[in-house]
Design a binder for this molecule. Structure first.
Ligand code: ZN
Length: 263
């Protein structure tokens, strides 16, 4: 059964005494990490944060339904966004700052005895992914408790996502647009979205070829993929999958089988 994702507990809405009374030694804190970054002429700059929060809530609710307590942290809205840096409104932070901040969050959680930090992320800028890998690597980051980071660009996680995502044309197109339509439809400029021509450039291939900006990769309006094909229905399905990825990554990283946590 799919749990109601909005039931996930938000740490920021608890009092400190309620936080004290959590079973912290068993509790996973889920950190959504987004970006403030150009997402075509039809989606808000905060698109990746909207997606990360949906993934975090769905993943936390699924963990709870599997017997593992979980709380959701406020979204981290600033990170490395060099590919979109020239588009007005994009805010880019240094990788070092992001690694340090995520590590500090984990360190605070560790001080209070939380079991692990899990990162919900759908922003795929290579510098950003590197900053999260650095934070989650016990050798370079860590912060004292395990940091679980399922990187959607790596196996096995990305294989579970939609065809457009796997094609690499996955920035502000059908994949991301569908999730925003499901989560925050009022933020989508829908008449613009429906008018956009598909940009079938694989961003992952462009990155592999050494392209360093959306413009270099052929995304002159900061989108790739097929925005007009997006639907809230697909978005709701994708959010379920993202939540499953997060929950499965946590359970595997903590050494329990998916069955261990029960029904
Ligand atoms: Zn995005």
């Amino acid at each position: 059964m799919i749990p109601e994702a909005r039931e996930a507990t938000q740490l920021a809405e608890m009092t400190w005494e309620e936080a004290r009374d959590l079973e912290r030694g068993r509790t996973i804190a889920v950190l959504p990490v987004g970006a403030l970054e150009a997402h075509g002429p039809h989606l808000p700059l905060a698109t990746d944060g909207v997606i990360a929060e949906a993934m975090a809530r769905a993943g936390a609710a699924l963990l709870v339904s599997r017997g593992v307590p979980a709380v959701v942290l406020p979204v981290l809205p600033y990170t490395v966004a060099t590919f979109a840096a020239e588009f007005p409104g994009t805010i880019s932070a240094s990788a070092e700052a992001v690694t340090a901040l995520v590590t500090d969050v984990a360190r605070s959680l560790g001080r209070h005895g939380f079991r692990a930090l899990a990162i919900a992320n759908a922003h795929l800028d290579p510098g950003h992914l590197a900053s999260l890998h650095a934070a989650s690597d016990p050798a370079t980051g860590g912060g004292g408790i395990p940091i679980v980071f399922p990187d959607l660009t790596r196996r096995p996680w990305g294989n579970r996502l939609t065809d457009e995502f796997k094609s690499g044309a996955c920035h502000a197109g059908r994949f991301e647009g569908s999730i925003v339509l499901a989560e925050r439809p009022e933020l989508v400029r829908d008449d613009v979205r429906r008018s956009l021509t598909a940009v079938t450039v694989s961003l992952s291939s462009a990155i592999a070829e050494g392209k360093r900006t959306f413009e270099e990769a052929g995304g002159l309006r900061a989108y790739f993929g097929d925005p007009a094909a997006a639907s809230a229905r697909e978005g709701r399905r994708t959010i379920v999958t993202l939540g499953e990825i997060l929950a499965d990554a946590v359970l595997e990283a903590l050494g329990g089988s998916r069955e261990e946590a029960g029904t």
